[in-house]
Design a binder for this molecule. Sequence first.
Ligand SMILES: O=C(NCc1cccc(CNc2ccc3[nH]ncc3c2)c1)c1cc(-c2ccc(F)cc2)cc(O)c1O
Ligand SMILES: [Mg+2]
Length: 214
Amino acid sequence: TQSTRPQRMLAAVQKNATRGDPRSVVKAIDQFCRQKEWAMNVGDEKGCILDSVVSEVNPATVLELGTYCGYSTVRIASLLPPHAKLITLEFNPDNAVIARQVIAWAGLEDKIQLVEGASGDWIPKMKEEFGVKTFDLVFLDHWKDRYLPDTKLMEECGLLRKGSILLADNVICPGTPDYLEYVRNSPRYKSQYFKSHLEYTKVEDGLEKSVFLG
Ligand SMILES: O=C(NCc1cccc(CNc2ccc3[nH]ncc3c2)c1)c1cc(-c2ccc(F)cc2)cc(O)c1O
Ligand SMILES: [Mg+2]
């Protein structure tokens, strides 16, 4: 039977990356996507911006919305301090199966909790299920029409504190117009756009970094 793109991506990781070496996992996926098949990982160019934001925030608690195959999950977790935790939500069970194996190959299981399901269902349960108070950093990379409702939901559930950082992928392509309008015009956020390109292409895209002001 025909393999899927995530399965072929995992095979490339297992073939070309060193077990326990997260950066080699990131490099193997980027090579696969540049040389073999495009895939919707945040990629190496936007990935460098992601790295700089993660390093600057130095978060103890991270929420990622949209795991896909675990590329940004591994990229973020590889930069976290020793006892920091990353919770990543993935709706598609087939993606989750691959992501768990990519995370395991990187040796980052202890830092990462992959939760299967929809953001709208899990965000209200974060405190009781995972003992989370607030998130220092949220990386939004799931369905683009969920960025705004989920941000409002995180506010309502008290998951953001003064200084929490939201970093959103794809604010230009595919685009998240309602989310951008909200974080750029709300007095509760200070936003900054990092111009870049859609992963592995020359098409414009970018990341929006928004600080919650409380
Ligand atoms: O659409 C995108 N990603 C989101 C996505 C997409 C599909 C499935 C899932 C299933 N995962 C999922 C869903 C709902 C969820 N709720 N909570 C967790 C959660 C998890 C997620 C995307 C597209 C492009 C793109 C495509 C084509 C093109 F031409 C240009 C650009 C580039 C990207 O970087 C992208 O990130
Ligand atoms: Mg994306």
